[in-house]
Design a protein. Structure first.
Length: 639
């Protein structure tokens, strides 16, 4: 029972006892007053009747005496009148034993009234001729007392109802409302929501409690902000180039290695600026810095895809990692970048007519990072022989021709429509050989020859031709055919699905009982691409009863989500670290992992590692506080 109800019941009980005592006292006093009035009335009646009987008793006239007694008895409140005539010792008596109507027996027993008796002699001159005795009827007093009690009970009942309502109102203001606010704030703290503040109540004891809770909430809020700011500073220092705010060399190489490990079709473009020393000597550092920043902006304008990463390799060189379609030719975007660089000279930003050289190569399936940059360097040297702001795209002519983009689209659409997808699942566990917390679903297809193709190969096709929503809906439909599940199934969704109401409709059509075992996962990069759509999407997910997580945490640079402040608003059920952070467990990456874990821990959000393959790697990540992991180390990759 709540404190409010306990206090209210105690006060109501005390009020009932108090009003009952007052009611009983009033009834008792009223009964004494009514009995006293009856005694006075009886004595007056005795005197009056004696004076009327005296003349008819000497000489004695029995008939007249009886009629006089009857006249006095009728309409009066007497139980009996008795006259004893001394002349012949005759007794004249009238009795009324009837009980008053409307008075319950329990009341007459509870408030028993002693009968009033009055006696006196009747004299005629100096001679006593008779004696008279009158006994008043107590029932008539009890009848008046009953009516009075009903009036008092009505009054005190109304008073009790009014006092009860008043007590409820006062207790609600003084106790219940502050306690409810305290409970709400405690729940908010439990849910890691630190923006809630309670107005100070008037009750001194509760006021101190509220002050303490508000202070605690403020401390936790500041701690989260400090951790988020520290994480942003750490990411900036460890992953970004301070002059251009793009990825530094180490972060870029790690991301390239991660993409190559996942067999994602990639191309790498390099932009090399010329005459650094000459520009800095003759035009100053500010001119050189402007050229650096505008060169990066040119790359961003041309390569604007969400999966593109721009990084700085050296003082003069920038590289761009670009997801590409098979046999895609990047000559046109390279020409656009070169044109932008020409315009920089016309605008006075590039002091020399020829400020750079551009080259690009695709990444082959069996390439190493060294192979890629060796071919890039050779392509760059070849490009520099071609004139002003030259560019060169060098494809892998040695590889066998692959299907074109349109052929990919045709193949994917056919597999999606016919739901001929190959679903494999990778478990996420809290410890080695432990039970899975969930299973992440990966979609693949088979080509015309039956060769398996994983999603990383055709993701660029999905994004360029807006097929992501169709694929996600097909995966969702195939999972429903396999339901029910003992372990939650995780589905990665594309940004096009987040923006598409048809995908939300498909989620709404999933039976309610199956939604608890279906988890939606979205990439952190979506926060910078379309945060409003993400907010709306997760709000619908919550209303439908789905859980969701955010993956690929920690590799983005240069966008507002880098400090994880968005976590306070969208409140995911978990975070998954990017594979590039987990594969290279050096000091810098582990520092970032620890920063992400500490920031998420303030919101009670678990952090999971990905791409875990070795026990030493796992031990290093667990030392940073991760609460689960997935990867080939589990040896449970189901196909």
């Amino acid at each position: 029972m709540t404190l409010y109800r306990q206090v209210l019941l105690l006060l109501l009980l005390l009020t009932v006892v108090s009003l009952s005592a007052v009611l009983m006292l009033n009834i008792k006093n009223s009964s004494e007053s009514l009995r006293l009035q009856q005694q006075v009335s009886t004595e007056n009646a005795l005197t009056s009747l004696g004076m009327r009987l005296a003349p008819v008793l000497q000489p004695y006239d029995r008939a007249f005496a009886e009629s006089t007694m009857l006249a006095a008895f009728d309409g009066s409140f007497f139980r009996s009148i008795e006259v004893t005539v001394f002349a012949n010792d005759e007794i004249l008596r009238k009795d009324n034993q009837a009980q008053p109507a409307g008075v319950p027996a329990w009341f007459t027993n509870l408030f028993e009234i002693a009968p009033v008796v009055a006696e006196a002699p009747i004299t005629n001159g100096w001679t006593e001729v008779a004696s008279i005795r009158i006994e008043a009827h107590p029932g008539f007093v009890q009848a008046q007392l009953w009516r009075l009690s009903m009036h008092l009970l009505t009054f005190y009942g109304s008073l009790f109802a009014f006092v009860s309502l008043l007590m409820m109102l006062v207790l609600r203001i003084v106790i219940k409302r502050p306690l409810a606010q305290i409970e709400s704030q405690v729940n908010a703290i439990e849910q890691r929501e630190f923006g809630y503040r309670i107005p100070l109540p008037r009750t001194r004891e509760l006021r101190q409690v509220v002050k303490a809770l508000n202070h605690l909430t403020g401390i936790l809020s500041e701690q989260f902000k400090a951790n988020a700011a520290q994480l942003l500073t750490m990411k900036t220092r460890l992953q970004q180039d301070p002059e251009t705010q793009v990825a530094n060399r180490r972060h870029l190489i790690n991301e390239l290695q991660s993409r190559m490990s996942d067999q994602q079709p990639q191309a790498v473009v390099i932009l090399s600026l010329h005459d650094r020393d000459k520009i800095r000597k003759h035009y100053g550092y500010k001119q050189w810095l402007d050229l650096l920043q505008q060169s990066v902006e040119s790359l961003r304008q041309v390569f604007s895809d969400q999966q593109v990463m721009i990084g700085r390799l050296s003082e003069t060189d920038f590289a761009v990692l670009i997801p590409v379609l098979p046999e895609q030719d990047l000559s046109e975007p390279l020409a656009k970048v070169a044109h932008h660089m020409d315009q920089l000279h016309q605008q006075g930003i590039a002091p020399l007519p020829s400020s750079c050289a551009l080259a690009g190569v695709p990444v082959a399936a069996d390439d190493s990072v060294t192979d890629v940059f060796t071919r890039l360097d050779q392509a760059l040297r070849d490009a520099e022989q071609q004139g002003q702001n030259p560019w060169l795209w060098r494809s892998n002519t040695e590889e066998q021709p692959l299907r074109s983009g349109q052929q990919w689209v045709s193949l994917l659409r056919q597999r999606i429509v016919q739901q001929e997808l190959q679903l494999r699942k990778q478990p996420l566990v809290a410890e080695l050989n432990g039970p899975p917390l969930h299973q992440e679903v990966y979609a693949g297809i088979k080509d015309e020859n039956g060769t398996p193709l994983n999603a990383a190969i055709f993701v660029p096709v999905l994004e360029q031709f807006d097929l992501g929503c169709d694929l996600d809906r097909a995966v969702l439909a195939m999972l429903q055919q396999q339901a029910p599940f003992d372990t939650p199934q995780v589905v990665n969704v594309s940004l096009s699905s987040i923006r598409d109401t048809h995908f939300l409709q498909a989620l709404a059509e999933v039976p309610t009982a199956e939604r608890s075992n279906l988890v939606i996962e979205l990439a952190e990069v979506y926060m910078s691409r379309d945060y409003v759509a993400v907010q709306s999407f997760v709000a619908v997910l919550r209303s439908l009863g789905y859980r969701y997580g955010v993956d690929n945490i920690g590799v983005g640079t240069g966008f507002d989500a880098a400090d994880l402040k968005y976590l306070k608003e969208i409140r995911p059920d978990y975070l998954k670290l990017a594979a590039a952070l987990c594969r290279q467990v050096d000091e810098q990456n582990l520092t970032l992992v620890a920063g992400v874990v500490n920031t998420a821990r303030n919101l009670d959000i678990p952090v999971y590692a990905t791409a875990v393959e070795q026990e030493a790697q796992l031990a290093a990540l667990q030392s940073c506080g991760i609460q689960g992991f997935q990867g080939y180390i589990n040896n449970r990759d189901e196909r």
